[in-house]
Design a protein around this ligand. Structure first.
Ligand code: SF4
Length: 247
């Protein structure tokens, strides 16, 4: 009897939290038109994600265009190119010394291990493909999951810094706040065919409203679902000073 009560109340809580996340995405869908993910080639996604570290997507696009023109963006062309040409092409994206070495090293490994064809990895079962991608230098959970979702349509929900911050502020994570926990929370709540659009919508929302510095809570369309906002309005927290330290 007691077991049943606990079981059904836990199920009720899980269901409520799922509905909450679905509602959040529905609201964001009414506000934003999600941008189209244009790059489908797994190697290009990988290169773009490395280039995107500590720079804007405008610069990434410029760097990608130049790299495409001057070197070519496929494992063979990059592995055979001289480092200086890669550096020169991606300069606009910043940190070009480290980024060019990493891109070239990854291209070399893909040539050696997978005959230059990253699709061989993406055709593996999800967890095996993820493990293989994570073995590449400089590839973390986010990069691996972006490739798996956008290039291979695998059922994973990539978590970037915006999504991590928003999830933390919303108070939706039970237990440890880490990448895997946040990913599983969104994956359980959303239907698979919503992962890509929800990922993009949350990033747009994080850039415009739930910003890294001071969030624009008074303009926020999902404030009623947010723990951070409740505490803010309840006066138990003074603005975002704590947030800045812990994010
Ligand atoms: S209320 Fe503020 S902290 Fe909460 S989700 Fe909205 S912008 Fe972010």
């Amino acid at each position: 009897m007691l077991f049943n009560v606990i079981y059904y109340s836990l199920r009720g809580v899980a269901m409520q939290s799922k509905i909450r996340l679905l509602n959040i995405i529905k609201i964001l869908e009414k506000i934003y038109v999600p941008w189209k993910w244009e790059i489908r080639d797994p190697f290009k996604i990988l290169v773009s994600t490395i280039l995107s570290q500590r720079t804007s997507w405008i610069n990434v696009r410029k760097a990608i265009n130049q790299l495409e023109r001057k070197v070519g963006i496929d494992p063979k062309s990059i592995a055979e190119a001289d480092l200086e040409s890669i550096k020169e092409s991606i300069k606009v994206a910043g940190l070009y010394n480290a980024k060019s070495i990493r891109i070239k090293e990854i291209a070399r490994i893909i040539m050696e291990k997978y005959d230059g064809n990253l699709s061989k990895v993406l055709n593996l079962p999800l967890e095996d493909a993820r493990k293989e991608l994570l073995r590449l230098p400089g590839v973390g959970f986010k990069t691996a999951d972006v490739i798996l979702l956008f290039a291979a349509n695998k059922p994973v929900f990539p978590v970037d810094t915006h999504i991590m911050r928003i999830s933390r502020r919303l108070g939706i994570i039970k237990g440890k706040i880490n990448y895997e926990n946040i990913r599983h929370t969104w994956e359980k709540a959303l239907p698979r065919n919503k992962y890509a659009v929800a990922h993009i919508l949350l990033i747009m929302f994080g850039r415009e409203i739930c910003k890294g510095g001071k969030p624009l809570c008074d303009k926020c369309p999902i404030a009623r679902f947010c723990e951070f906002y409740k505490k803010l309005k309840g006066g138990t927290r003074s603005e975002s000073s704590k947030e800045r330290i812990t994010l």
